[in-house]
Design a protein around this ligand. Structure first.
Ligand SMILES: NC(=O)c1ccc[n+]([C@@H]2O[C@H](COP(=O)([O-])OP(=O)(O)OC[C@H]3O[C@@H](n4cnc5c(N)ncnc54)[C@H](OP(=O)(O)O)[C@@H]3O)[C@@H](O)[C@H]2O)c1
Length: 230
């Protein structure tokens, strides 16, 4: 299969690339500075024939076009938009500069949907398009009191994904997934988090593959495939 992972330099995105490469698939990894990623360099040594990288920022307007130029004629079986940023820690929760607030929402919600929608014509029937969301994006659960703007940016991601699904009369030829990876020990999750990247990535891959097999649907689930309230 051909797997595209946007945001694969470290953390969960890198672990997902590792999993799919180990299973023998082709991975196209987008990273802002792939040459600076020790993890990607190690994967390139282990899987020289099946890993390709593109240096790009997910917010670049031409990112889909550039990815497709590298991808060539092969269709995409899975598109995984993992790139995301957290809310800068501030004394006052809402005291973000307008530029930082815009960057948060563009990186976490607008750019992921813009990229996925541009790639959609090249995604195979029976494939999957998955976004790394968060349980903090659940409006119902309201779990993001400490970083409410981050939670709101993931709620915006989920909303844009569901609206895409509705706009297509719930008939996209592939599964759409908003994924909560658990609380994971990465640069973003911190060292006190519950899960290792390996535990999270194993669960995420199983969940993505389950929904790709199950067919066209639009779901918000965690790394154990447990459904979350929107
Ligand atoms: N860790 C958790 O507990 C947790 C919980 C819920 C949801 N999530 C979500 O899961 C995803 C991965 O999280 P993580 O913990 O692995 O985070 P991380 O360790 O901070 O890694 C973030 C990844 O996103 C990339 N990225 C950020 N902005 C980008 C941009 N503009 N263009 C391209 N790549 C960009 C980073 O690339 P650079 O190396 O270039 O910065 C890096 O590869 C995120 O969407 C996050 O919101 C994480």
């Amino acid at each position: 299969m051909h797997i595209l992972i946007a945001g694969a330099s470290r953390g969960i995105g890198l672990a997902l690339a590792d999993r799919y490469l180990a299973q023998g698939h082709h991975v196209l990894a987008l990273a802002r500075q792939p040459e600076q990623s020790e993890g990607l360099a190690a994967l390139a040594r282990r899987y020289p024939g099946t890993l390709r990288t593109l240096a790009a920022d997910i917010t670049d307007r031409d990112v889909a076009e550039r990815l497709l130029a590298v991808q060539g004629d092969a269709l995409l079986d899975r598109v995984i938009v993992n790139a995301g940023i957290s809310q800068p820690k501030l004394d006052s929760l809402y005291d973000l500069s307008d530029a930082d607030a815009a960057r948060l929402f563009v990186t976490n919600a607008v750019a992921p949907l813009r990229l996925a929608r541009s790639l959609a014509p090249r995604v195979v029937k029976g494939g999957a398009v998955a976004f790394l969301s968060s349980q903090m994006g659940s409006v119902e659960l309201a779990l993001s009191a400490r970083i409410p703007l981050y939670g709101a940016s993931k709620a915006a991601l989920n909303s844009l994904m569901r609206n895409w699904w509705a706009e297509e009369d719930k008939a996209l030829p592939f599964a759409l997934l908003a994924l909560h990876p658990g609380w994971v020990r990465t640069d973003m999750g911190g060292s006190g988090a519950d899960l290792s990247v390996d535990e999270s990535a194993d669960g995420l891959v199983t969940t993505i593959e389950h929904h790709a097999q199950a067919g066209s649907d639009c779901v918000f689930v965690d790394y154990r495939n447990e459904t979350l309230a929107w």
